[in-house]
Design a protein around this ligand. Structure first.
Ligand code: ZN
Length: 244
């Protein structure tokens, strides 16, 4: 299974406003709308972190590259990408008259963090640090985006570092969360024998049974990633109740 880790950075919307508190900005006040500045991506398990930006490529070429990668992927891992990265990219694909990428599954680690654990903050930087996985690259804040939009070469160097580091953190977090991830795309769909649904590992240990209302199935725990799964064949049919 080809799994792509992905993170994008986008420019802010630029608007004319007469105040900063509770502003309702009309579309005629919008001077420049947000666009994708750059993306960083990595195939799960590969060493290379790919990167492209409007600083080095024409926007359409940059978008075409990430479109191709997404189309090649069976699943995309991101952090809040269901709400942000993927719809933002789709909007850009549409604006540039590109077709949708080939269908892919999404593994949004923010959704997993939110639904499975109770951290005081669900920010990637906080969660990664708390788990001892490292932190996001420090930068000057909003200024960095302004400098990049003004084509500052040094700022772009820092943006690339920042964007790439997010993808590296994302991969570390993915490996740590793996046995907890619900509805992970199933590795069995592309495997010959029975494998761990979450990591594709073959080292499965029988551990108890999973009982449903109609049947009993063998339950397994993966010795590689720790995920629990169950066999598809009935281990034992439940006792048939004969009508009186
Ligand atoms: Zn596994």
């Amino acid at each position: 299974m080809k799994i792509l880790l992905l993170d994008i950075e986008s420019s802010p919307n630029v608007a004319h406003v007469w105040g900063i508190w509770q502003q309702n900005v009309g579309i005629n006040q919008l001077m420049e709308s947000s666009y994708v500045l750059c993306w960083a991506a990595k195939w799960l398990g590969d060493d290379e972190v790919m990167f492209d930006s409007v600083h080095v490529s024409k926007p359409k070429k940059m978008l075409k590259r990430i479109h191709d990668l997404i189309s090649e992927a069976d699943a995309v891992i991101h952090y809040n990408g269901t709400k942000f990265d993927m719809p933002t990219l789709n909007k850009e694909f549409l604006l540039h008259e590109m077709n949708p990428p080939a269908p892919y599954k999404q593994i949004d680690l923010l959704k997993q963090v939110r639904s499975q654990f109770r951290f005081p903050s669900n920010k990637l930087d906080y969660v990664a640090q708390r788990l001892g996985l490292g932190s996001k690259t420090a930068h000057e804040g909003h200024e960095l985006w302004v400098k990049c939009m003004n084509k500052d070469r040094d700022a772009w160097f820092r943006m690339e570092e920042y964007n790439k580091q997010d993808v590296i953190l994302l991969e570390k977090l993915y490996h740590r969360l793996l046995p907890w991830i619900k509805n992970h795309p199933n590795h069995n769909h592309q495997a010959d024998g029975m494998v761990c649904p979450s990591c594709g590992g073959t080292h499965l240990q029988k551990r108890g049974v999973a009982v449903t209302t109609t049947s009993t199935y063998q339950r397994y725990q993966c010795r590689t990633c720790g995920s629990w799964s169950q066999g598809t064949k009935q281990a034992k049919a439940s006792v048939e109740v004969k009508p009186l």
